[in-house]
Write a protein that binds this ligand. Structure first.
Ligand SMILES: O=C(O)CCC(=O)C(=O)O
Length: 274
């Protein structure tokens, strides 16, 4: 299923867009079980990519929000998702091709844990060593994502605001820090929109769209699988500051990020010509 012209226009104007189903029920079960295996240590996965929250937490089942990054680079089950043509087709409608994978992650919010708030942020704040800032994210629900279990929220149109801060300025102790920026345009509408989606369905957001998520007050875990995507003109602008991300130093400053570390998403046409 593809986006209509009106939907593509909405992405440009509002900086987010609800998408169709991209994972079958069978794929969802495989990924859910595999995430549990990674978190329980039943399959090998580099510990430094699993977030310090795991070490900090005590009993199993009581984990605060857990983020695991770079799954596709280290795990064969997630590496297969890169070849999902449904996601590739949608991404190529929203971004200049060839669209490549910059990073992926899984976020796990355990049941009945209202502390699992993900602060309001703009993804590009943490990606400014690559650019231009036209990157985007495909967010996929691995169970129905609802307001009650901590679905994503976005501030429509915020990707078009010209804010002047760096990641050093962010106050990590205040989840609403971004919403209080003095350089948000006067009179701007900050009302968040909840991105509720059924399991296996996706939504996209631009890398400068304000977004975040609240805690999980339901009896079941909330898992999301997230693909951070780059248009084909994305280049290395500087050095990597975050060792949990892909190795940008494999290309010279100014060069396009491409190659095996940054695989291209497939479309029906690229698959046919392969
Ligand atoms: O899954 C979430 O709750 C938040 C995800 C997020 O911040 C992102 O996709 O950039």
């Amino acid at each position: 299923m593809l986006f209509t012209d009106a939907e593509i226009e909405q992405y440009k104007e509002q900086g987010y867009l609800q998408g169709p189903r991209v994972f079958s029920d069978g794929q969802i079960v495989v990924l859910q079980q595999h995430i549990d295996e990674i978190l329980d240590g039943r399959v090998d996965f580099p510990k430094h990519l699993m977030g310090e929250t795991i070490e900090q937490s005590g009993a199993k089942g009581q984990l605060p929000s857990v983020k695991v990054v770079n799954l596709f680079r280290h795990d064969p089950v997630f590496a297969e998702v890169v070849d999902n043509v449904g996601i590739g087709e949608l991404a190529h409608q929203l971004m200049q091709g060839p669209v490549r994978l910059w990073e992926d992650q899984m976020i796990y919010k355990p049941s009945f844990d209202e502390r699992t708030v993900l602060a309001w942020h703009q993804d590009y704040t943490y990606w400014d060593h690559v650019g231009p800032a036209d990157m985007g994210t495909c967010w996929i629900a691995l169970e129905d994502a609802t307001v009650d279990n901590g679905c994503m929220h976005v501030v429509p149109g915020s990707h078009r605001w010209d804010l002047d801060y760096t990641r050093e300025d962010v106050d990590g102790s205040d989840p609403d820090w971004l919403l209080k920026r003095p350089d948000i345009p006067v009179g701007a509408d900050l009302a968040p929109v909840a991105c509720e989606v059924a399991a296996g369905h996706c939504h996209f957001h631009h890398c400068k769209t304000f977004h975040g998520s609240f805690g999980n007050r339901t009896a079941d875990a909330r898992r999301s699988y997230i693909m951070h995507l780059m248009p084909g003109n994305t280049r290395r602008l500087g050095d990597n500051w975050n060792e949990r991300q892909g190795d940008v130093e494999i290309v010279p400053v100014g060069a396009v990020l491409e190659g095996a570390t940054y695989p291209e998403l497939k479309t029906a046409a690229s698959q046919d010509s392969a």
